[in-house]
Design a protein around this ligand. Sequence first.
Ligand code: NAD
Length: 259
Amino acid sequence: MQNRNAVVTGSTSGIGLATVRELAGRGCHVVVNGFGDRAEIDRTCAEIAELSGTRIVYSGADLSRPEEARALMAEAADLLGPIDILVNNAGIQHVAALHEFPDDKWDLLLAVNLSAAFHTIKAAVPAMRERGWGRIVNTASVLGMVGAPHKPAYVAAKHGIIGLTKSVSIEVAGHGITCNAVCPGTVLTPIIERQIAQQAQVTGLPEDQVLKAVFLEKMPTGRLIGPEEVAAAIAFLCSDAAASITGAILPVDGGYTTH
Ligand code: NAD
């Protein structure tokens, strides 16, 4: 994977940041994207670049806006050259009972968790086809495979991205391009830390019981998954060794979806 150019959306924290570290460690140049304190992001990018000896650059594109998703891919190609690897990882959550679920949150979750991936993939595929090589990995979720209450927009968007993955994988097969999805179970990242408080409000459970009852009980392994475990699966799917894996929906879920 030496000198491959990668874009990882939503990579200023959690699974995305772990993926940047993993890809950079394997020799990739990476565009980091997402929100956060700019000075801290710059420090992190510089630290990863120093460790890996690769180029790590940042774009603050807001992926809730289609024009910014398209601009991210154009900026990435300007900064690094043609993009070989695209990881659509940006994601947000909102937890509320259906009858109280805000309409604007529905639109925002669909935009960030699903439509952004359509726009980045559409922008990335022509250059991948020209070069006869490409890797697209979408971060879905176990909630792309099964349902859960109080998360209608998230569950719909994650089921949608699995459909997008399958459709794209068929269309680009034969051009050296693969498109796969990973489905994490519960990974301790900021998105889950925020949800614990929201779930406590909706379920009426104290926060210390929410983690166990809402998240851990579903995973036979009974432990939280590390972001680096998901990153390793994503990086494998981006490697030459995974050339024949396409349209795959890969759970990294501690057994969540086995029962
Ligand atoms: P996280 O909150 O640490 O990461 C989310 C990233 O997306 C951050 O970098 C954030 O800045 C970025 N982001 C949010 N809105 C954005 C926007 N409008 N434009 C650009 N970037 C934006 O959480 P995470 O757990 O690392 O989540 C990464 C992905 O993994 C998400 O798609 C999430 O749905 C998925 N996932 C997480 C878990 C889990 O348990 N943590 C489980 C299944 C799936």
